[in-house]
Design a binder for this molecule. Sequence first.
Ligand code: UD1
Length: 420
Amino acid sequence: MTGGTRLAGEVAVPGAKNSVLKLMAASLLAPGRTTLEAVPDILDVSVMADVLRGLGADTRHDRDEGQVVIDVPDTVESTADADLVRRIRASVAILGPLVARCGEARVALPGGDAIGARALDIHMNGLAKLGAVVDVEAGVLVARSSGRLQGASIWLDFPSVGATENLVMAGVLAKGTTVIDNAAQEPEIADLCALLTAMGARIDGAGTSTLVVDGVEGLRPVVHRTVPDRIVAGTWAIGALMTGGDVMIRHGRAEHLGIVLEKLTAAGASVELGPDGFRVRAEGRPRSIDVVTLPYPGFPTDLLPQVIALEAISEGTSLITENVFDSRFVFCRELHKLGADLRTDGHHVVVRPTPRLVGDSVLASDVRAGAALVLAGLVAEGTTEVRDVHHIDRGYARFVETLTGLGARIRREPSEVAAA
Ligand code: UD1
């Protein structure tokens, strides 16, 4: 891409990656046909569809309609394909539904982005509380339950998104009441609870830190529309600010981006809320802001790389603190190649002002880092090449086309298309 153009125009935000993958897993809880709408056309959805097929669920992904139709048989397989599962971290979300439905789940320890240790102890301890016997056998997580899971009170050590989701999905078919305290409160969890409730589950406290789940005997399939992707919306908002642009972000839910929009406003953006989205405008050099990531409603870790890219071109010094993952800063090395003045120490990074970024060849190490490097390339002098962009395909549908539509001078090399 060639830097120097401002992003202007309109984008439509699709359903959230981090919701739809869990909604797909949740479909396993209800025999019959579940239809998910507003499904983003991203690589992880295709991989998750393959995971479900391997478990016996006939899964069709209509990319143009943005729809996934899942026909779940009365009996599902309890062993997931190891190679597929290792490709996406979110596949661990089948653990809860499988133990609840089959009394057994065998799920290879999952993969996903290289952004830290990403343990599963909170998932495992919670399932054990519900009566499952949980072990790791030769790199495969095995959970077994003789008979129905039993409701229990569970306090999470940390409000883990994935563990909260797994335990809710296990709890909905358990006998009795499950209480999950210190639960994650992300909008994607509220979306999952909305799907489960429509299926007939009884859940109180969706979107809060205490979830109370009264187990039911069975669930029925439904049609459900995925919540819009707040990370994609936030990425476009940061892009508008960095380029001094003007972008209308359709379907963007400002209420899910409270602290993000507050910070971007402090950095100089003007944010205008509309009935179906919001508009972000900016002029001149952004002011620097300090950011601390925390579980929702704190600043999302998935917008951290994009914010570091923003700070790299801001006018003052800023301090960024990452509290959720332990190696999200590996991407700083790449940003440094473009001329950013960064110093990392533990889970902090200090970003000092630099006169300008200059184009170079950089490597996308994960989905958000990839998006952040592209944003940096849009404001760098000259040409920037971002390699390994298949990471970006994991989370952003038609990323390059969307940017071209906003006026960016960017193209995708054929080899990178093949890599996806
Ligand atoms: C989800 C999102 C990811 C986002 C993250 C935090 C999906 C597919 N991914 O990931 O994009 O960045 O939430 O908002 O939805 N942890 C443990 N033990 C556990 C579970 C987690 O120590 O059993 C730790 C992790 O290593 C990490 C932190 O808790 O340091 C947060 O993890 P978690 O909230 O579980 O994130 P994910 O569900 O993996």
